[in-house]
Design a protein around this ligand. Structure first.
Ligand SMILES: [Zn+2]
Length: 295
């Protein structure tokens, strides 16, 4: 029996002696943190939560310490762009409109696809610490996020994948958030494939399932008789990497002429981080010495 834990974490597992890999995670606490930072409405919290959870799957697959993955959902919906960045188990998110109100769908569910938009583009940029990042793109399938990630894996990475992502909200509270990724690996038998497909309705509503039982118990239940093995666990957290030094670099990046204008205005400069909404203030004197140091 797999040890039960209630923290945010990713379980790496496989079935049938490695014929398929499985990633199952809980992201409740980090989605709650994103909701609080962005004061997001339930529909936007759900959209950001699903996107962060999918991005974390990509993030924890990357091996290098300094590698990162940036996922951008640019749909034609009123929420605008949503960007999530993961470095292994750390993730952060921002959205053009996180406080958007949307009527629920006819079935009573949050209209994530309506907020993001049913058409648009999903872009994945993997920074592997090399000169050129890897960039993968595909059109959005539905804007409901899970299907879009599945399409990305299948088309851009040629890796057929089953993806389930869910965020269950009650007002400003995130009751449960999590996700499941199943990827058949080379040499996967037809028998294993059909077993996995047969069981897919069991994990369609993953956040509801996770309300009822711990994720470890769910995994044992879903993949019963398939020789489920736990390979490792990765803790997950909301984490922003902004700093005063990064903001200084951003100021220098606007160019000498613009920076001189800000100095001439003598009001200082305030920069905000889109991911954690922290603000950094620079006085005119600080801006002057920053400019001087860059020469
Ligand atoms: Zn920040």
């Amino acid at each position: 029996m797999i040890e039960r834990r209630t923290m945010d974490e990713m379980l790496h597992m496989d079935v049938c002696g490695g014929e398929a890999r499985i990633m199952l995670c809980e992201t409740t606490h980090l989605v709650q943190e994103a909701r609080n930072i962005h004061e997001a409405t339930p529909v936007c919290a759900a959209a950001m939560g699903r996107i962060m959870t999918g991005t974390l799957m990509l993030g924890v697959m990357m091996k290098g310490e300094r590698e990162s993955v940036t996922v951008t959902f640019a749909g034609n919906g009123p929420m605008g762009k949503v960007v999530a960045v993961a470095e292994q188990g750390n993730v952060r998110v921002c959205a053009d409109e996180a406080q958007l109100q949307m009527p629920a769908r006819e079935d009573g569910k949050l209209d994530v696809g309506g907020a993001i938009g049913h058409e648009g583009r999903l872009t994945v940029v993997k920074d592997l610490g090399l000169k050129e990042p890897y960039v993968g793109q595909c059109p959005l399938v539905s804007g409901e996020v899970a299907m879009d990630f599945a399409q990305y894996f299948t088309v851009s990475e040629q890796q057929p994948s089953l993806v389930s992502l869910g965020v269950l909200t009650q007002g400003a509270t995130i009751l449960k958030a999590g996700g499941l990724l199943i990827q058949p690996l080379p040499g996967c038998s037809e028998e294993t494939l059909s077993q996995l497909e047969l069981r897919s309705p069991m994990f369609a509503e993953i956040s509801r399932e996770m309300m009822a039982a711990p994720k470890e118990e769910l995994a044992e239940d879903w993949f019963r008789g398939m020789d489920l093995r736990l390979l490792s666990r990765t803790p997950l957290a909301y984490h922003c990497t902004c700093s005063r030094e990064r903001m200084e670099r951003a100021l220098l990046a606007i160019g000498r002429k613009d920076l001189e204008e800000i100095i001439a205005d003598d009001q200082g400069a305030e920069l905000g981080c889109h991911f954690c909404r922290k603000t950094y203030f620079f006085t005119t004197d600080e801006l002057r010495s920053l400019l001087a140091s860059a020469q």
